[in-house]
Design a protein around this ligand. Structure first.
Ligand code: ADP
Length: 367
């Protein structure tokens, strides 16, 4: 009988609960025991009642609840081998042989590091008499399956990550509210949205709300005098009768000279050059989502079911899979390749080599 642990790790995102629910119920339906690990990797390291066997009813009501009800944490001890050794002991003592991790690139890297140390960790536990010969023999292999939970949609090898559409929906609702007051007072608003190195949220929000201008990490403004170009465009729109002006700034956005752009700078330009009554809104943590939109419930559910399938079909030779989505089909891709590519894209953007970043992003389809 397979024993699967499921955990959520790193930054929370809407739909993580739906993923946990799907893993628990699909696992039980396929004859497995499923354990929830509370507080991300901290639960693996600490063990005790942070690793709890789940029943069908334990995940009732999980679909529509935002964030992650089994908790998430950033766990330093898991980054060190002694912490992972302790985690291995807690798994083996419960007979757990597989882990489904729902998190971002950091969490998935951690999962793969853990697997790469297997069965060395087991040997060490046996040598220290922390597990029995029997346990050592029956846990030769550890299966890891990754699910990508991230509001930023910043993972390579998948079109979309669990939580991104909910976050986008919340941003749009917030911007709509801002637009009402902007129209009433004929004001300009500069709205900063999250996304780290990735402009997906900002770009999608800009299109979906009809923003006048957007600043992204991946595509700095091309005009030499981008400030004048922006003001000209905004002035033309106002001349057409538009009563509000909306500029969206991604948190990692860059200007023409590849320096970070801050919303306050844009505000000053709009106030000083155009005489607009301009306000800055930083949306902050409302963007993490709350109750997941239908798409995230669906995505997390089909991917959670697929993760259980991946556990059941895994062999010691196959690399750990990451469950993704490509052209509306659920995909399995090598987890470590996806993580490496994600880091390479982030590095290229950090080095301001946007052509390289685009080339790397396009290369993911060849994996
Ligand atoms: P995210 O998963 O959202 O990218 P983090 O990068 O903070 O978030 O990673 C979450 C957790 O994953 C970390 O607190 C740590 O416990 C674990 N982790 C991240 N990177 C590694 C690593 N290289 N080795 C082991 N564990 C890691």
């Amino acid at each position: 009988k397979r024993k699967i642990a499921v955990l959520t790790s790193g930054g929370d995102s809407a739909g993580m609960n739906a993923a946990v629910r799907a893993v628990v119920r699909a696992g039980i339906a396929r004859g497995c025991d499923v354990f929830a690990v509370y507080e991300g990797y901290q639960g693996l390291v600490d063990g005790g009642n942070l690793i709890k066997k789940m029943s069908w009813n334990d995940v009732r009501g999980f679909l529509e609840v935002g964030g992650t009800s089994i908790g998430t944490a950033r766990c330093m001890p898991f980054k060190q081998r002694p912490g992972r050794l302790q985690a291995a002991e807690h798994l083996v003592s419960r007979g757990i042989d597989s882990i489904v991790v729902c998190g971002g690139d950091g969490s998935l890297t951690g999962a793969d590091v853990f697997r790469s140390e297997w069965p060395g960790l087991l040997d060490e536990l046996l040598a220290n008499k922390r597990i029995t010969e029997e346990q050592h023999k029956s846990h030769r292999y550890l299966t890891i399956v990754g699910l990508v939970g991230s509001i930023d949609n910043d993972m390579s090898s998948t079109d979309i990550t669990i939580g991104a559409y909910t976050s986008l929906a919340r941003i749009c609702e917030s911007v709509d509210s801002i637009a009402s007051t902007a129209i009433s007072h004929s004001r300009a608003f500069v709205v900063e949205v999250m996304g780290r190195h990735c402009g997906w949220l900002a770009l999608m929000a800009a299109i979906s709300t009809g923003a006048d201008f957007v600043f992204l990490p991946e595509k700095p403004p091309s005009d030499d005098d981008w400030q004048t170009a922006m003001c000209d465009r905004l002035t033309r729109r106002r001349a057409l009768g538009k009563r509000n002006t909306l500029v969206i700034v991604a948190e990692g956005a860059l200007d023409k000279n590849l320096n970070p752009i801050k919303p306050e700078q844009i505000k000053d330009i709009l106030s000083d050059r155009m005489g607009l009554d301009t306000r800055v809104t930083t949306l902050g943590h409302v963007q993490r989502g709350g109750s997941p939109v239908a798409y995230d419930r669906y995505l997390a559910t089909v991917q959670g079911v697929e993760a259980v399938e991946a556990v059941l079909r895994a062999t010691p030779e196959t690399p750990s899979p990451m469950i993704g989505m490509s052209q509306n089909k659920v995909t399995w891709r090598p987890l470590m390749k996806a993580v490496e590519l994600t880091h390479a894209v982030a590095t290229a953007i950090g080095n301001k080599d946007f052509e390289k970043a685009t080339e790397l992003r396009d290369s993911e389809f060849k994996l």
